[in-house]
Every structure is written in C-alpha cells, then in structure tokens.
Design a protein around this ligand. Structure first.
Ligand code: PLP
Length: 381
C-alpha cells in the first residue's frame, strides 16, 4: 500500500452530473421520486434525519391524549436519535440488543415498554435489515407507533419489501456515510393524513451546503484525507448535541438528491461486493448473521473485534469504532433517561467489541482484501 494513502471510514458521493444538475436544476420534487421508489404515500424532507425525528415526535406528543412522554430507542444507536428525543422535550427509554444479531432483546423490550411509551424506534444498523415482527406484539398491545430508523437502510430490503416501508413512520438521512451520501438532508415517510399534521420546515437555497459536500468529497481522496482528518472539522466525531436546526432540506440538496437517486443501486451493489470480501474471510462468530430474505446495504461492515485498540495500519485503511458508548452509558444522555437503572448488557458489549470496516466507493476490491488480510493477521480470525 502506498504509505501516503489514508482511506476515510465514510464518504460523501456526488457525481459530476448530479452536481451540475443541482447547480442548474429547477426541478426538485425529490419527495415524489422517493415516495415512488419506496412505494409509500407521503414524504417530508428536512435538513437532517434528526430534525425530522424531532418534528415527528413533537407531532405525536401533541396528538397524544394519554400523557405519554417516553420514547423507546435501541440501547446502542446513533447519539442523534437520543438528541432528537431530548430536543422534542421527551424522556429516553432504552431496550437492549442481542450482541450477536443486533436484534432487540425480547425481555428487555417488554420490560421497557409501557403506558408512558409514546413511540418506539427500531433500526437497521449498517443497513442490515431487522424484522418489524419483533415489535408487533408490543406496538399493538399498547398502540404505540413504530418509527423505523432507516437512516442507514435506503436501498435495502427484507422479504422483497424496501427498508423504510416497514414502520408506521420511517426516517432517512442523506448525510456523509449514509446510503445516498450527498452530505446534508433527511426524509420522513408515512401515511399522508399523519404527515399532514407536521408543518413542512422552511428551507434555504443551499448552494453553500452543496459546495461543502463537494469539498468534503475532494478532500476524502486517499492522498488528502490524512490531512483533512487533522483539521478541526469534527469529522467522524460522535457527540450528543440537541442544539441542531429544525429546517427544511435546502433546494440545491433536493436537486442533488433527485439526480443522485438513480445511482443508489450501484452504490449499494458496490457496498455488498466489498462486504462479501469481508464475509468470505472472517469467522462468522465475529460478524452479524443476516436474516433470511434480507437484502442488506452495509453502509459499513460490522466486525466484533474485542476491546483491543485499532492498529495504526487499520486506522489508515478507514477502520473505526462506531458509537463510543451504549446510550445509557454516555454521561450527558444519562441525565435524560426515564429509568437510569435499566440494564443493557448487550449494548455495552457491542460498544466495547464492535469495529467497522469501510465499504464505500473508494474501497476497491484489492483494498478490501488488504483490510481483510490485516484483520486476519491481527485478530487471528
Ligand atoms: C445518521 C443517523 C441518524 C440521523 O441522521 P442525520 O441526518 O445525521 O440527522 C439517525 N439514526 C441513525 C441510525 C443514523 O445512522
């Protein structure tokens, strides 16, 4: 490997054609394209997935007549899910995950759900499809809406159904490292009458964001990324911050998304091919087993490596930990928990053991084989 090369863990991806379309474009009805792609009724766009999650939770709270104020989320997930709950003025409750399959722990879910639960969030982490059936009993018993967090799942499917069409509502993100990684934006889908109660947030033109996304892409080149990561841009940092804006998706980003959607299938085919290289060489006790009928995305490839520090060589190849702690172990998030004593040993184990291997377009098959060889050598797996 060229000693000057650094591979990022994630990327933004904007084709020249999409960039030009976004600069010139007048047509930005991305909502319609996304709805027909997913086969869903209605869609709202926002400047991020977390903003839409907050707007949705606020609307659910407003319509609630039973004084419910807790949102049940996975005990290991993106910190911005917790931030959305807090921003909506609600309490966080967590259910544990099975550390091998990433599926919910049935007992933990049952214990955590109750008559205070306003909504349940369920996720396809890394775009690995998870069945909604795990939640059906509880969601029906207490009539709790199920919010599908498909931020990492766009383009994946389960039993021929697209991820993002399984929940009562679904959230998507178009940030760096997501399936359609244009850099900014998010979507919320669901039934039209429910979404009609949510005010469409106003949006800016967004030329600045468009330029930023392109700059991030250029600087993610393997000859430049080593420098970029040393700049104080906060790239790849996981921080809990409910101080985000609740605004719409900028017009330029809508055009970019509309033009980029056609490339999604090929981005995901590449990710799956890279994941296939990793899968073929790693012991299955260290990887996540896929459900029957699953078409995963693999925004990154999860590998249960153990607590050992990631070596400099793997770090330069884009290997990183994911979220540093389980939700209930993060000191600030802790203060917003409905039941701080709730145990989540599975999530703790995931936080301690999980590392992720990059799958994005800069990771070619030879680079993936290189990453695999280094892993096999360092972890004897
Ligand atoms: C990225 C992400 C979000 C939030 O999306 P943003 O657009 O970054 O706000 C939510 N959940 C998961 C699982 C994510 O990966």
């Amino acid at each position: 490997m060229n000693p000057l090369f650094w591979y990022p863990p994630a990327e933004t991806r904007i084709s020249t054609k999409s960039f030009i379309d976004a600069l010139l474009g007048k047509n930005h009805d991305f909502e319609k394209d996304l709805c027909s792609y997913l086969g869903v009724e209605s869609c709202i766009l926002g400047n991020s997935g977390r903003a839409l999650m907050t707007l949705l939770l606020q609307a659910l709270k407003k319509a609630d007549t039973r004084n419910r104020n807790e949102v049940l989320i996975p005990a290991y997930t993106c910190y911005s899910v917790a931030a959305s709950v807090v921003k909506a003025g609600l309490k966080i409750s967590v259910y544990d995950l099975d550390p091998q399959t990433l599926r919910p722990d049935a007992d933990s879910l049952k214990n955590a759900a109750g008559n205070k639960t306003l909504a349940i969030v369920y996720q396809h982490l890394f775009g690995i499809p998870q069945p909604r059936e795990d939640f059906d009993d509880i969601s029906i018993e207490h009539s709790i809406p199920l919010i599908e967090d498909a931020a990492q799942g766009l383009g994946g499917f389960l039993n021929s159904k697209p991820l993002g069409a399984l929940g009562d509502f679904s959230i998507f993100s178009f940030g760096r490292g997501k399936p359609l990684p244009i850099g900014t934006g998010g979507a919320l889908t669901g039934k039209k009458d429910a979404l009609d109660t949510i005010p469409t947030p106003s949006s800016a033109k967004g030329r600045g964001q468009l330029i930023t996304s392109v700059a991030v892409q250029v600087l993610s080149h393997s000859l430049l990324y080593g420098i970029m990561e040393k700049l104080p841009l906060g790239l790849g940092k996981t921080v809990f911050d409910p101080g985000f804006a609740l605004s719409g998706m900028p017009a330029a980003m809508k055009m970019l998304a509309k033009s980029s959607l056609a490339g999604l299938e090929s981005f995901n085919a590449h990710r799956r091919a890279i994941a296939g290289v990793y899968q073929s060489g790693l012991d299955s006790t260290h990887t996540v087993k896929e459900q029957a009928g699953a078409g995963p995305v693999y925004t990154r490839f999860p590998f249960f490596a153990g607590p050992k520090r990631i070596s400099p060589q793997l770090y330069r190849l884009g290997v990183r930990r994911m979220y540093p702690e389980a939700i209930a172990a993060e000191p600030v998030i802790k203060t917003y928990l409905a039941n701080p004593g709730q145990p989540a040993p599975g999530a703790k184990q995931i936080a301690r053991n999980l590392i992720t291997l990059p799958t994005h377009s800069r990771i070619t098959l030879p680079i993936a084989r290189k990453i695999l060889a280094v892993l096999q050598e360092e972890y004897h797996c």
